[in-house]
Design a binder for this molecule. Structure first.
Ligand code: SF4
Length: 340
């Protein structure tokens, strides 16, 4: 296995240790400029959505590829932006996933490194505890344990599914320990690489800024605010939360386009799929869905806790309508004394 293709593995970490280069030399020596350049490319790729593959590699280039991973981790730590950290972990996982497509039997070596022990050849049997640990962030119904055949503690996955589960586990592995505690001694020498990344990050934030149209965000109930904040951080919402958020926003007259663009904060954003789901909830197929009531929200763990207004309502929409009155008096409320 070419470990430089899988720099998040324990074997790769061991090789970096054995190579014995000091942090100071990686940060400052001219001979490692290409390593710093590739580390910057990794982070830039994470911001734009895809880390580019490296061209054909000799031994020196393989070593540079390997060393660029810990340096990229330092760079994202210096930038210390929660959305970037998630995007970075996801982009590294996607890069590894592309590299795993034709890896053959060596797939098992990486699975083992990730703490997964599927029994093959495919379709594979995987212990439910390993499955749950790796797939807990995958919210589509297909991955729910209740929708899988479970026999004597094992469930069956295809090779494609195993690779998808491994991709998830790789994302977790990359995210673990980030941000690394860094200080000026580390970030200062990297400034020439960090500055362009900061600009790229600012441009991304501007592009992804949520436009809530005419909606009054200050009047949103705590549940919807929390979901919006999670979406902005790139957190994958559970299906029930995604449904509640989308149906709520559509109900307060946001357009399908506005709602779809809201989810454009993740590198794995699938515009077509999201549009299909939002269209469906908006009533394109005949039924316009209403957001769930507070009791249902609580049942699914989507009610983050009540504030004073929550105690007086049974539905997030009622919360919004009541709060809205304090922001924009209804026409019937205008008149002598209104707004005073
Ligand atoms: S009580 Fe209702 S409106 Fe308030 S946070 Fe919970 S679900 Fe939202």
């Amino acid at each position: 296995m070419n470990v430089s293709d899988y720099p998040f593995t324990q074997e790769a970490a061991e090789q970096v240790r054995k190579a014995g280069y000091s942090l100071e030399s990686l940060l400052g020596k001219t001979s490692f400029k290409a390593v710093r350049g590739r580390a910057q490319e990794r982070v830039a790729g994470a911001i734009s959505g895809t880390i580019a593959e490296c061209a054909s590699r000799n031994d020196a280039e393989k070593l540079f590829e390997l060393l660029s991973y810990p340096l990229a981790r330092l760079m994202v730590s210096c930038l210390n932006d929660p959305i970037l950290l998630r995007r970075y972990a996801l982009a590294e996982a996607k890069l590894a996933s592309r590299r795993m497509q034709n890896i053959g039997e060596r797939l098992m070596v990486i699975a083992d490194d990730l703490g997964l022990h599927p029994q093959g050849p495919g379709p594979y049997k995987i212990h439910f505890s390993e499955y749950v640990r790796a797939a807990h962030g995958m919210h589509s119904p297909k991955w729910k344990l209740t929708n899988r055949d479970l026999s004597q503690g094992y469930l069956t996955v295809t090779e494609e599914e195993l690779k998808r589960i491994m991709e998830e586990a790789i994302g977790e592995r990359v995210l673990k320990g980030l941000p690394i505690p860094v200080d000026e001694r580390i970030c200062e020498p990297l400034q020439e690489y960090l500055e362009p990344l900061k600009e790229q990050l600012d441009a991304m934030r501007t592009r992804d800024r949520v436009d809530l149209g005419k909606a009054e965000m200050g009047a949103f109930p705590p549940c919807i605010k929390k979901m919006l904040s999670d979406v902005a951080k790139g957190v994958n919402l559970a299906h029930s939360a995604r449904f509640a958020l989308v149906s709520f926003l559509l109900q307060i007259n946001m357009t399908v386009d506005e709602v779809v663009s809201l989810f454009n904060t993740s590198p794995d954003f699938d515009q077509e799929k999201t549009r299909y789901q939002v269209d469906h909830i908006s009533g394109a197929s005949g039924t316009r869905y209403r957001p769930p009531a507070c009791a249902t929200m609580a049942t699914y763990g989507n009610c983050p806790g009540e504030d004073e207004m929550c105690k007086r309502v049974r539905h997030p929409l009622s919360y919004y309508e009541r709060r809205l009155r304090t922001f924009r008096p209804l026409p019937s409320q205008k008149g002598p004394g209104a707004g005073t």
